[in-house]
Design a protein around this ligand. Structure first.
Ligand SMILES: [Zn+2]
Length: 134
């Protein structure tokens, strides 16, 4: 059910943004969906479409959900590197998607080989833009 709660908060946030910009109707909302997000994207998109009817300003809004690729930042040398292209087995990559914290077990900074890095991108769900009518 996490997908539904998240979808609802995305719609609420989009509606708040539209009010702040004095928009009467939302036409389109861009949503960035982090690659490491441990929720089901299809259910999330479905939930957005189902729930928007409850918000007058978002009734006709299209939600364009795009995936934000995951990236890590090395704490030792500040080098930023994407999850894609790093050498890992399929099992490892599925595990990383499920438990991002476990990435440290499998990955090292490609520049300085430090295992000490943080997740720079691809974790959360955020709104990238809104479009609407005044
Ligand atoms: Zn490094």
């Amino acid at each position: 059910m996490h997908e539904w709660a998240l979808a609802e908060s995305v719609i609420k946030t989009a509606v708040e943004h539209s009010k702040a910009q004095k928009l009467k109707k939302l036409k389109e909302t861009g949503v960035l969906f982090g690659e490491l997000q441990a929720i089901d994207k299809e259910i999330f998109v479905f939930a957005l479409e189902e729930l928007r009817a409850q918000f007058p300003a978002a009734k006709a809004c299209k939600f364009k959900v795009s995936t934000e690729p995951a990236a890590f930042r090395c704490k030792a040398c500040s080098h930023e590197f994407p999850l894609k292209g790093l050498k890992k087995t399929k099992d490892e990559s599925e595990f990383i998607h499920f438990v991002p914290e476990m990435a440290h077990t499998f990955l090292k900074c490609p520049k300085c080989k430090s295992p000490d890095f943080e997740i720079a991108r691809g974790r959360g769900v955020s709104i990238s833009y809104i479009k609407g009518e005044k």
